[in-house]
Design a protein around this ligand. Sequence first.
Ligand SMILES: [Zn+2]
Length: 500
Amino acid sequence: MNHTLDSFRSYLKEMNYYSRACTLLSWDMYTATPKLGFQGMADALTFFSTKHFTLSTSDELLSMLEALSVPEEYDQLDEGMKYTVRTMLRDLRKMRRVPKDFFEAFIAEQSLSMQAWEEAKRTSDYSLFAPHLEKLIEMTRQQCAYTDPDRECYDVLLDKYEEGMDSESIDRVFTELRDGLLPLLKKILAHPLPESRIYQGTYDADAQKKVQELLLGYIGFSFEAGTTAESEHPFTSGFSRYDVRVTNHYYEHDPISAMFSAIHEGGHAIFEQNVDPALEGTAADDCCYMGIHESQSRFFENILGRRKSFWVPVYSRIQELLPDLKDIPLDEFVQEINHVRNSFIRTQADEVTYCLHIILRYEMEQEIFRNHASVDSLPALWNEKMQKYLNLTPENDSEGILQDMHWSDASFGYFPSYLLGNIYDGMFLEAMEKDLGPIDPLLESGQIHLCREWLNEKIHKYGCLRLPREVIANVCGQELSAAPLLRYFTDKYTKICGLE
Ligand SMILES: [Zn+2]
């Protein structure tokens, strides 16, 4: 037993080195690689991913996992190792059904497709991306047919990002949310807020970087176990709890975008930096459930970050760093960060209409994978849904179907996890206030660490030991429901917009 466990631990280490190489290459591709160097990095990434794939599907690994999964061995493992053996054996059996040539071709196509999407988005020419999208959809179906021949493809995809959340549960909560949200949104939009003067100012990128550092430190990001860089789209990249990196993007006339990206990505990073150290080196040491992960970034970004009380301890310091905010009183700033408007771009949407952007994408993915909608029909279908939910029709595909990168690397099934994150947050907020009392006085008196520690204790430390459903049951003591999020929206906007 000890011998197998030791060999298994060294094997995991070796796999970890390959996956670090992959993470580092993609980090570099998005933050530093020049245009002409991209292909070289993409080739190297394919090489290291293939190595990692080979290790994760080898006969040697299979026999170690089988040896460790017999009851008398398995029962002696610690929790992190039990999780590792169980999930790796399951995934290995699935992945061994995927031919190596197919896997390599799929990774290579994702790189090509990403480049095609960038060009298509830049020139707003969907026809450049369409053939790649078609290929990726076909290959995704093929991959599902290899790994899970008995299950419906879209359910397999949803499971990949949020294990155990099937389309039946998602349909139920998304419908509950949509039906409550549309009438509320109508009321909110009938009481428009004044346009803010914030965007008339000019905000130096270096000063915005300092604001990002201030905000990251304020919410509890550890700079000893993390660093920052710039990229076109903000993201978080984790190597281990000791090295979690976040990126940001700065806009000259919009300081709010980078502030909220800092808080959002910081929320992801804080999660990873606070996983129980005992889980290090196991497969449970970061959170692989995207909805739960998103719930943490969004808890900081929306539930905490859009309250006046969050800004009270830091706003004057931000005004010092960004002099053009000096004329903007805190109340005006807070009004603007809660300004609800129908808009085209998901990543710029407010927290209310954001939900509809995701419901639209969920429905699009269902059209693709369940109803076999043709790739050519997708832009018109997108625009139809934009009109239905947000009363807008995009002028071109860049601000329509081409806006997100997710489909360019075959991350189908990922979008719903964003909205699940929001729905979980409504539930977490109620649970947190039950334990800590109202959070506004805590935030206002500079005790944001109490909220963070609550999240550390209830959610972060477990990594991915608990399935999303188990997290909800343990933290909230009830079934998944959109009702708390709807209550949060209704209470908040009744006050902000003076609704009856
Ligand atoms: Zn996120």
